[in-house]
Design a binder for this molecule. Sequence first.
Ligand SMILES: [Zn+2]
Length: 184
Amino acid sequence: MKFCSECGSANLVLRKTNHDTHSRYTCADCEKIFYHNPKVIAGCIVEHENKYLMCQRAIKPRTGTWTLPAGFMECGETVEQAAQREVWEETGAQIEIIAPYSIFSVPQINEVYIMFRAKLEAFTDEPGPETLAAELLSAEQIPWDNIFYPAIKDILQRYIAEKEQGTFGMYMGCSDEGIVHFMQ
Ligand SMILES: [Zn+2]
């Protein structure tokens, strides 16, 4: 940023105050501090009759790969509402959220993924423009070699294995240097 959004000054400096862990752009004229924080991405594993709702991406990055419906949370909504809205935008489906399943941080790009377990209620609309195709796929039908991001593949494989065992856990994890970790 070049100008203070509060007073219009170009006199912005990077400054770290006592009791703060990070340097912040601060307006030297009006003292406004500009915080830069991670974005939350909310989404769902939507299950229906032993199939999983997946989207083929119409947008970059990695156009054509398959992923779980998920997207950036908007201001003014809860994380559950964000997950429901993103599922609807990307697949046209109405869903019911069951429980949180995975919280996954990607600190290199300042993103946090919160994924829920959910069940399908109905398809009410067409998929939106960010999706080439939205389909319910069985474990055998999922294109495992063409998944958007390693953590998405991990989450889905874990879910399917747990479903067969009959108990779902809840997971947190992170990605560092391209390696995906989930803690048990
Ligand atoms: Zn200012």
